[in-house]
Design a protein around this ligand. Structure first.
Ligand code: FES
Ligand code: FES
Length: 204
């Protein structure tokens, strides 16, 4: 069975992801195994399975194809479209969410593989009273976006960057935010926003 962490690495191709997902599902008894069931057969079988996800503090019971990613589960099945689909192959960071507090590329993570884990998206970042998270406010204060398409992924990644202790300098922030691309080139403003928010986030 493949390590789940492999499914979250940015350099894993979509083909690798589907192959690993099929092997994972077969190993978990979700898909049939046997001499006649090749990996190719499994990845094309479209087997539907019940999946229970915990998203932003709520449980959701879904019936999903085993190949459905967390990104598509959020956008297509839970109507949580704040998480964006840019490249859909692990290159841009637009789909970044947190799983058990770690930033993850949701386009490279299978929904079936994260059952029982906490998924947090941009929709769940604001406080219970609706107040903006310090990182959201900082992006507004510093114009950390132009078109805004990359922004949910940037903000989720930025929150994790601070929590990881990787916001000590502009250079460090640039390095640890390098997986999140911005076609509008708002990078200096994003760095400024993170520098502001890291002084305001609880525990930092
Ligand atoms: Fe996931 Fe681009 S949409 S990395
Ligand atoms: Fe447009 Fe980043 S604000 S892609």
């Amino acid at each position: 069975m493949p390590e789940l962490s492999l499914l979250r690495m940015p350099n894993v191709s979509r083909r690798d992801l589907l192959t690993a997902g099929a092997a994972l599902a077969a190993g978990a008894g979700i898909l049939p195994s046997g001499a006649d069931a090749s990996i190719a057969d499994l990845t094309q079988s479209g087997t539907m399975v019940p999946v229970r996800l915990q998203v932003n503090g709520k449980e959701a019971d879904l019936l999903l194809d085993v190949r459905v990613t967390v990104l598509d589960a959020l956008r297509e099945h839970l109507d949580l479209t704040g998480t964006k689909k840019g490249c859909d192959q692990g290159q841009c960071g637009a789909c970044t969410v947190h799983i058990d507090g770690q930033r993850v590329l949701s386009c490279l993570t299978l929904a079936v593989a994260v059952q029982g884990q906490r998924i947090d998206t941009i929709e769940g970042l604001a406080g219970a009273n609706g107040g903006l998270h310090p990182m959201q406010q900082a992006f507004i204060d510093h114009d950390g976006f132009q078109c805004g398409f990359c922004t949910p992924g940037q903000i989720m990644s930025a929150v994790a960057c601070v929590r990881e202790g990787h916001a000590g300098s502009d250079t460090e922030i640039r390095e640890y935010m390098s997986g999140n691309l911005c076609r509008c080139g708002a990078y200096p403003n994003i760095v400024a926003a993170i520098r502001q928010a890291c002084t305001q986030m609880p525990g930092h």
